[in-house]
Design a binder for this molecule. Structure first.
Ligand code: UDX
Length: 429
């Protein structure tokens, strides 16, 4: 099918590329001329495993192209996907400016029946507003359908999540666009859930908030484990074997971050507030998440006492592994908290150092993870990168003034670390 994707951020670019990969004819549109120029010349604006190869392959095959021209995209394609950002406003509510703007641009370019699909994460009832807007600004006689098709991809696993989705949600108020939507997704062999638009929109906010809740739950259990001497990883393993619970997203740590969970949680609380429901359960999820960082910083100050002029090595800056994204990263927040106490930091991240440089100043960026501990008083693990498990522990132990590690992601085995002579503090064990 001929598809246009408006917005070439994480969601738009990966979606467009994967649609091309399964044989659709895709145009990715963005108003950022520099980004489109970069993409058209074979460059990729983000790090996402597997993406670069797929973009190159599909551009070469003539199935994927890039443009800054929305109206051309609207005219050429049968289905138009909106994948523009929905950033938070200072009060936590969603800023729908970009969606509204794009809806008007689409309206202005409509000449015949089109399916307009919202992929961005939006408050419930946005689809209705998009439909009203297109009707208001579009030509009177042209028919269209608005569909909600939320995206559930995780950064770092975006291509895999897109190619093998757990489910595809299609929210629509008329049966007309269903067949076309099913055709688009047929090659992905995923269960398809057809709902009304409002339910589809709610599925996204309800899912992300539930996952955030799961993480805060295990972080709260981790606090209990620390007081009682239990081990949160064993508790999570025991809980996770119950199929109704599942082991995933039960990793205790320094709290969740990234550009989705904190934002979607605040948005969902705000959406509920606006319709008269006080979602206190989710407010507690936020409180626990903030407290998790406080407890970890306290663990460091309890051990090192005064941080002023202490040298601390930090492994990890990205908000999680397999990404170069440092937006709302707990690792960056941790670094800033330690800096505020006067600590001097040596930091390393396998992929996120370039992006971190823009927001984390006055630290020493170290290219080799094994050199981070050199001359430091302690080592901190802030991101769950798998490769940190291969750290040369013997070298780190000898490079530190005292072998002290604060493992905010429970990457190492506690008894093994203690056997090797480390003062080892982790989360919930
Ligand atoms: C999330 C959702 O998973 C995805 O479905 C949605 O489309 C976008 O938001 P993402 O933000 O890319 O994806 O990352 P995710 O892997 O969910 O991790 C989010 C945060 O939670 C990270 O900071 C991560 O370190 C943390 N986390 C995750 C934990 O602390 N413990 C866990 O068990 C899992």
């Amino acid at each position: 099918m001929r598809l246009t994707i408006i917005g070439t951020g994480y969601v738009g670019l990966v979606t467009g590329t994967c649609f091309a990969e399964v044989g659709h004819q895709v145009v990715c549109v963005d108003n950022d001329t520099a980004k489109i120029k970069l993409l058209a010349s074979g460059g990729i604006p983000i790090f996402e495993p597997g993406l670069e190869e797929l973009v190159k392959k599909n551009v070469a095959a003539g199935r994927l192209s890039f443009s800054t021209n929305i109206s051309e995209g609207v005219q050429k394609s049968e289905v138009i996907f909106i994948a523009v950002p929905t950033p938070p406003q200072p009060d936590g509510s969603v800023d729908s400016t970009f969606i509204e703007r794009v809806a008007r641009d689409i309206a202005a370019a409509l000449t015949g029946y089109r399916i307009i699909v919202d992929k961005s994460t939006v408050p419930v009832k946005t689809g209705e507003k998009v439909a009203e807007t297109i009707k208001r600004y579009g030509p009177a006689k042209v028919d269209f359908d608005v569909v909600s098709n939320p995206e559930f991809l995780r950064e770092g696993f975006a291509v895999t999540d897109l190619m093998k989705p757990d489910r595809v949600v299609i929210g629509t108020r008329s049966p007309r666009p269903v067949e076309a939507m099913k055709n688009i997704y047929a090659p992905f062999n995923a269960p398809i859930v057809v709902t009304d638009i409002n339910s589809a929109e709610l599925i996204k906010h309800a899912s992300n908030s539930f996952l955030a809740l799961k993480i805060s739950y295990i972080n709260a259990v981790a606090a209990i484990c620390e007081i009682t001497g239990a081990n949160v990883q064993e508790v999570a393993a025991g809980m996770g074997l119950d199929e109704r619970i599942g082991r995933r997203f039960l990793n205790a740590g320094i709290g969740f971050g990234g550009s989705c969970f904190p934002k979607d949680l605040s948005a969902f609380i705000k959406i509920a507030e606006e319709i008269g429901y006080d979602f206190r359960l989710l407010k507690e999820v936020q409180i626990i998440n903030r407290g998790q960082m406080d407890r970890f910083v306290k663990k460091i100050t309890d051990t090192l006492w005064v941080l002023k002029d202490k040298k601390i090595g930090v492994l990890g800056l990205a908000f999680k592994q397999n990404t170069d994204d440092v937006r709302t990263s707990p690792a960056i927040e941790l670094c800033q908290r330690l800096q505020k106490e006067g600590a001097l930091l040596r930091v390393h991240d396998p992929k996120a150092m370039t992006k971190a440089r823009a927001i984390l100043k006055d630290v020493t960026y170290v290219d080799d993870m094994n050199a981070v501990a050199d001359g430091c008083d302690a080592l901190v693990v802030a991101t769950e990168w798998d490769e940190f498990k291969k750290l040369d522990l013997e070298r780190a132990r000898k490079s530190l003034s005292h072998p002290i590690m604060f493992d905010g992601r429970n990457l190492f085995d506690r008894s093994e670390m203690e056997r090797r002579g480390w003062v080892y503090k982790s989360v919930g064990r």
